[in-house]
Design a protein. Structure first.
Length: 195
């Protein structure tokens, strides 16, 4: 995304004639378009697309492997693994003409998967990850509310970037931690019926 944004020709919804990518006014998805807001060809949009696919792919891998790492069984295993994976496949399609629909589909499908993750984090007493995840969920809800209502839309580009950075940080730290925790929890099943 950084390479695509550095090479972004210019323009935003706020100012079509601006030069380059504005970290204040441009959306993350602006770097995915082959034509910028200033009507110039964005030669690095494919780099942005590749970055978006990697971003969503990384999150989908987290959802896919989280139940295995935490030895989760039953309904939560299915919900976390498959709804999370499908939500990220939907998110990969936001660069298409189905942008608005894919944001809605991705958000709706990610919610049960995240609730499952939070449930397991809480039950495993991994409270720092649990509370960080709740804050990220709040940021995602704020993103969606602003996006679909246009209320305080001038803040959406910044909130979008803050959310993306928080998600990446949360996932990287959790992945690192869970690789080490896998051994600790390997003998303990968490089914959807245990309290």
């Amino acid at each position: 995304m950084t390479i695509a944004s550095i090479n972004y020709p210019g323009g935003s919804e706020v100012e079509e004639c601006s030069i380059g990518y504005s970290w204040v006014d441009n959306y993350l998805c602006d770097v995915l378009e082959n034509v910028s807001h200033s009507n110039d060809h964005h030669h690095f949009h494919k780099v942005g697309l590749a970055a978006m696919i990697c971003f969503c792919g990384g999150i989908s891998m987290f959802f896919f492997y989280f139940p295995h790492w935490m030895n989760v069984q039953g309904t939560w295993r299915f919900v976390i693994k498959w709804m999370g994976l499908i939500s990220m496949i939907g998110a990969m399609l936001i660069f298409t003409d189905l942008h608005n629909i894919m944001i809605a589909v991705s958000s709706i499908l990610a919610l049960p998967a995240l609730i499952g993750v939070f449930n397991i984090l809480y039950r495993r007493r991994l409270f720092p990850f649990f509370f960080a995840g709740i804050l990220i969920l709040i940021l995602l809800v704020i993103n969606n509310v602003i996006y679909y209502t246009d209320y305080m839309v001038q803040w959406l580009p910044q909130i979008q970037k803050i959310s993306a950075i928080c998600i990446v940080h949360w996932l990287v730290v959790m992945n690192w931690k869970f690789i080490n925790l896998k051994k600790e929890f390997s003998g303990k099943n968490l089914t959807s019926t245990t309290s």
